[in-house]
Design a protein around this ligand. Structure first.
Ligand code: PAF
Length: 277
């Protein structure tokens, strides 16, 4: 496995591997990332993983500084997973000058997570486009835990006609249901025991919607109330259309329930897809 820090060295290495598949990450890797790599590997002769904590997608009061940076441990996991190339640039390599040209996603960037984290999806789309231009992959894999991110990036690739297939992977969960996330390491022992409640409530909401519930607001408020009762601070619980995250019409069959809530100082997000007959 080659560990590469500069764009020039990456381009040179990948000249030999025109047919590569790409997994962009911010490091602090867990089984969810390894799942993305397992999906990637059979798709190309060369699997490329990037590790870059992207300042552009963090708000001024967010956890950019304390975001866990664990490059040595990450590389050991990637080597064991059979990755071919790790691209781990420093900030000056990705942003050698202030990034004044950015990717401006449409309205979807202002709803849900985008409403709570202004500029977040501009930062994500901009860095992912830059990484795509550096790696030049034929496919890239993203996890559905970041559901809104998946839609933003899928739409970007389609509308800008990038020759890249976007593959979405199911969320990987701990045995108790908690979605794996690098931010789970912020949870105290007590909070970690409480954390699976988010997914349990989403599953309950899914069952209600599948059994025909049409009052989406009541479904959302029930989840909010239960979380608040157990000490959480929900940012949003939202029943939306899978295709564009707009509020669903009655009769919409493909729904997704998205949630973001703070447990102590940790912000967790999760979602469940719902298909109604
Ligand atoms: O999902 C992530 O880890 C990040 O948002 C991504 C896609 C690597 C861009 O920084």
């Amino acid at each position: 496995m080659d560990i590469i820090h500069s764009v020039a060295a990456l381009r040179e290495r990948l000249q030999r591997e025109p047919n590569n598949v790409f997994v962009p990450t911010m490091g602090n890797l867990h089984a969810g990332h390894i799942q993305l790599i397992n999906i990637a590997k059979p798709r190309a002769a060369c699997t490329v993983v990037s590790i870059f904590v992207n300042r552009l997608q963090f708000g001024p009061r967010e956890d950019f500084d304390k975001y866990p940076r664990t490059l040595t441990a990450d590389c050991a996991k990637l080597e064991a997973a059979g990755v071919d190339v790790v691209f781990a640039p420093d900030e000056g390599e990705i942003y050698p000058e202030p990034q004044t040209y950015t990717v401006e996603p449409p309205d979807i960037q202002h709803t849900l997570d985008g409403a709570v984290r202004p500029g977040h999806f501009r930062g994500v789309a901009t860095v992912v486009l830059k990484l795509f231009n550096m790696v030049n992959p034929h496919s890239a894999i993203f996890g559905k835990k970041d559901y809104q991110q998946c839609l933003v990036l899928n739409n970007m690739v389609r509308q800008l006609a990038l020759p890249i297939e976007i593959i979405l992977a199911e969320t990987v969960r701990a045995e108790d249901g908690l979605a794996l996330s690098s931010r789970n390491t912020y949870l105290s022992l007590e909070e970690r025991k409480e954390a699976p409640r988010l997914y349990q409530l989403l599953q309950k909401a899914r069952e209600e919607l599948k059994s025909g519930a049409r009052d989406y607001q009541r479904v959302e408020l029930d989840v909010m109330a239960d979380l608040a009762h157990h000490g959480w601070k929900p940012d949003y619980i939202a029943v939306r259309r899978q295709s564009d995250l707009l509020p669903p019409e009655n009769g919409e069959r493909k729904l997704v329930v998205l949630a973001a809530a703070r447990l102590g100082k940790t912000r967790l997000i999760d979602n469940v897809e719902v298909e109604r007959g």
